[in-house]
Design a protein around this ligand. Structure first.
Ligand SMILES: [Zn+2]
Length: 240
């Protein structure tokens, strides 16, 4: 299983960067989140991305914004000739997208392009030949999930956006690769409930989970990082 970091910027983009998008390739190709800048990056390698499934972790724009231009390109652009992916959404996501659609185009704009599915907390589903499990995590007051992805041999966990929690440790339990956000400079109260992690908090969850490798992401370029910690960058390719 291979992970490609398509974009890793936090809520505001790092210079020249794309926002959240992580391509997992095994039997098929699954894109975790699809933030602004991700579609352009994917198009640098192929006329239109050939993806089996997209999984959206939550509804902050930096994690789904490029679904909007994806619709236009799939309807009237070069995506017309490509089979469009399954789009796996948090519970209630179909209704949420219909609401966005009425404001951004028309009600079923997303449903007309993507094959919409909703996942449920802690219930594994198959996407692109991989097994995916979403676990609900704390992220201010917005419903948010992290995901585990497995090809039956190797497993990776992606935190999405999250504050510290036991569930985050559960998400990363014994995985080969833990891709974890580290948005904050220090462990601090950033809202009620908490919404993000410091690098130290990511390391704490990684150790408690017994995971094998930690890659930090979703980190503003302005922040430094302690020695010995690995941070991803756009374009990074990793064997899980
Ligand atoms: Zn984010």
């Amino acid at each position: 299983m291979k992970l490609t970091v398509v974009g890793c910027s936090p809520a505001w983009p790092n210079p020249g960067g794309a926002q959240s998008g992580y391509l997992v390739e095994g039997p098929g190709r699954v894109l975790l989140d699809c933030g602004p800048g991700v579609l352009a990056r994917l198009r640098a390698g192929e006329v239109w991305p050939s993806i089996d499934a997209i999984v959206v972790t939550h509804w902050h724009l930096d994690h789904w914004g490029d679904l909007v231009p994806w619709v236009w390109g799939a309807m009237v652009g070069p995506g017309r000739r490509t089979e469009q992916p399954e789009l796996w959404l948090p519970p209630g996501g179909t209704e949420r997208l219909a609401d966005f659609g009425t404001r951004l185009g028309w009600e079923d704009m997303f449903a007309s392009v993507f094959s919409l599915r909703e996942y449920a907390d802690a219930r594994p589903f198959a996407a692109g030949g991989l097994e995916v499990t979403a676990l609900e995590l704390p992220h201010y007051l917005l419903q948010t999930f992290g995901v585990r992805v497995s090809d039956g041999d190797r497993t990776l966990a992606y935190s999405g956006d999250t504050g510290p929690s036991d569930r985050l440790v559960e998400l990363a339990r014994d995985v080969d690769l833990f891709l974890c956000e580290a948005t904050l400079e220090r462990a601090e109260y950033d809202g009620a409930p908490r919404g993000h992690l410091s690098a130290d908090e990511a390391v704490e969850a990684f150790r408690a989970a017994g995971a094998r490798r930690l890659l930090l992401t979703h980190r503003p370029q302005e922040l430094s990082l302690g020695a010995g910690l690995e941070q991803v960058h756009d374009g990074l390719e990793v064997d899980v």
